[in-house]
Design a protein around this ligand. Structure first.
Ligand code: PXP
Length: 267
């Protein structure tokens, strides 16, 4: 067990935290009137100018916000890693295999849900087989594949066994109870466990500029996926500025965690 003062390398390893900006709800506004504006491609360009490290889109079965055209154009126009979130649907798989984003996050998708309702349940054997089938097809094209999971070590173990590259830990429960220390501690434990297993660790869902700090301070988390709250802020302060504000908050939180690593227990 390593405790006490950490080496410079430990600090360098944990200093980076990326922000992938989800532009789905820019498309939701467009679809409210079936117009051409606002364009999520435009938002993705502004996200890059505002300091985003990646762009995320969720191509839903019902295509209620993001469409194939958006995914293709963002991939072509915006020079940032693209993550596509998708449910386990064969037709979407075929499309994503053509577009070849950098990453795919497999999510559970229930028809009619307002947003993703929880992590994918990897415990049943048939779910594992299905996820593995999708992951293999994507990985053969050089796409990194992960699963959106609730904060439970068992899911990270299964993710590793199946051969996934990363997990994204669901932060919804935390966002609903931001002062509940046990929830933050659980996310940290699962993030650490996943990281030690050699998985990349992401987190996201329902994070905002007012609650993101505690999650960004978890040094094992390498990337945050944030959408709705950035789009909501953008209505008042502009998209580029809303991204910059979030990126600054995340960077500040991580620097705070790193600066206190002298007393930090790493493993
Ligand atoms: N991660 C996953 C798996 C999601 O489904 C979503 C919503 O599309 C997000 C992160 C981003 O959540 P929010 O829009 O609440 O920031």
């Amino acid at each position: 067990m390593k405790t006490g003062t950490q080496s410079k390398n430990d600090k360098e390893k944990y200093i980076e935290i990326r922000l992938s900006v989800n532009v789905d709800h820019v498309a939701s506004v467009r679809e409210a009137r079936k117009e051409k504006e606002p364009d999520p491609v435009h938002a993705a360009v502004l996200a890059k100018i505002g300091g985003a490290d990646g762009i995320t889109v969720h191509l839903r079965k019902d295509r209620r916000h993001i469409k194939e055209r958006d995914v293709k154009m963002i991939k072509e126009v915006v020079d940032l890693p693209l993550t596509v979130e998708m449910g386990l649907f064969e037709d979407i798989l075929d499309f994503v295999l053509e577009v070849k984003p950098e990453k795919v996050t497999l999510v559970p998708e229930r028809q009619g849900e307002v947003t993703t309702e929880g992590g994918i349940d990897l415990k049943p054997e048939n779910a594992q087989k299905e996820v593995e089938k999708f992951a293999k097809a994507l990985q053969e094209k050089g796409i990194k594949v992960g699963a959106f999971i609730d904060a439970d070590e068992k899911f990270t173990e299964i993710a590793k066994e199946i051969g996934l590259d990363f997990v994204e830990i669901n932060t919804t429960q935390y966002a609903k109870n931001p002062h509940n220390f046990n929830i933050v501690r659980k996310i940290e434990e699962v993030a650490k466990y996943a990281s030690e297993k050699g998985l990349e660790v992401m987190a996201g869902h329902a994070l905002s500029v007012t609650n993101v700090s505690k999650i960004a301070q978890i040094i094992y988390i390498e990337e945050l996926s944030i959408g709705f709250s950035i789009v909501a802020r953008a209505v008042f302060i502009g998209f580029e500025q809303a991204v910059r504000e979030m990126k600054d908050e995340i960077t500040k939180a991580r620097l705070l965690a790193i600066s206190s690593m002298g007393n930090f227990k790493i493993s």
